[in-house]
Design a binder for this molecule. Sequence first.
Ligand SMILES: Nc1ncnc2c1ncn2[C@@H]1O[C@H](COP(=O)(O)OP(=O)(O)OP(=O)(O)O)[C@@H](O)[C@H]1O
Length: 430
Amino acid sequence: MARKIGSRYTAHRILGRGSAGTVWLGEGPDGPVALKLLREDLASDQDLAERFVQERSALLGLDHPRIVGVHDLVVDGNDLALVMQLVRGTDLRTRLEHERRLAPEAAVAIAADVAEALAAAHAAGIVHRDVKPENVLLDALSMEGPGGAPPALLTDFGVAKLIDSPSRTRATSIIGTPDYLAPEIVEGLPPRAAVDIYALATVLYELLAGFTPFGGGHPGAVLRRHVTESVAPLPGIPDELWQLIHQCLAKAPASRLRAPELAARLRELLPAVAGIPPLDIDEQSEDGYEAEQPDAAAERSGAAGADAAAVTGAHAASAEGPPAGAVPLVHGGAGPDANRDTHTSMRVPGADELAGGAHGTARAPRASGEPRAGSARNRSGVPVPVQRRRLKVGAAAVLVALVVAVGGWLASSDEETGSQPSPAAEYSSR
Ligand SMILES: Nc1ncnc2c1ncn2[C@@H]1O[C@H](COP(=O)(O)OP(=O)(O)OP(=O)(O)O)[C@@H](O)[C@H]1O
């Protein structure tokens, strides 16, 4: 049913839902648009409303073919709507769900597009801070590029912060999505442009492997892995491409490439990856067990598993949300019937869990046919991270504010013994 938004726009039908609102196909004076309508229950939340306004402020100044343009902001009674360029196509998460892994050429082409978008944003002093497949839209109407990849556009600067406005960023907050968070954010440092490079390298790894390098298990463990674990190499891609990904996943932000150079290097690599089929790899398990389903994990995992399940419960309940995606830390990022409470709490996992124990598993790839480390076929004892399939959440990924001094928490968790009870931490979107 059509709905009027302000005096100039009409919303016709829902295109998708995210943590902060619903995106509608709309019509304006200049033709079709995408209207991002802030959830009503959140529009009255001053902080969230400000973030919404900030999304518009940040984007209005950005005009680039690889960035979804923002045309207008409408405030109409309880409605807050962001008027955006309509991208006809799908988002990268949806494509990834259909294909599981992309051919390296398509993956590299998409990553190069996003790197160009980031180069423009960074040049304008804007850090995106939430680069992930959900925020990459694929333009199905334009001519396909290398590897059959449609042109990619970066959207959702809702969590973007102006680089030179540290006062806007509280030192004790994390905003982002766990799988893609750079280690320096987890350690409480202010996010600079390099966090987007880390997130984009994570996305590229995910497009190639079918899973993120540090994802899986308890969200707290995911954060910890960003800081402490090395990325497992991807078999079957040219060494130059692996070196590029590896460099951009460096723990030290200064070691990562800058966006313009990354874009250029990715484009240079396109001929080298042309024709390579999607990687044929399995996820690897340290103990030789098959990947574990989240329900089983939650049943077995006690308090932390229960908390993780509570955190994701709203999403899992959504029938409309994607079946997999970034693990959200707060309620409210799910489909239409989900609990819209954006505040929740969870227990910080113990040191053993954070180090890769029952709730702290990560995936590692192996070439198809290679024996699993630790399996009957491989008793070499080479340690690789235990893996567990990511919690399946029916959610669009969400904005996250982790209202704890995470740096201090990580430091103190290093000193904890595994038997110490963990302190409570509050995750909230405020
Ligand atoms: N400009 C656009 N044109 C066409 N479709 C869009 C546009 N922006 C968003 N969409 C669609 O709406 C969906 C929801 O977008 P939204 O930005 O609200 O959430 P998200 O990025 O998926 O998640 P979150 O906001 O929680 O990080 C997208 O996945 C996409 O399918």
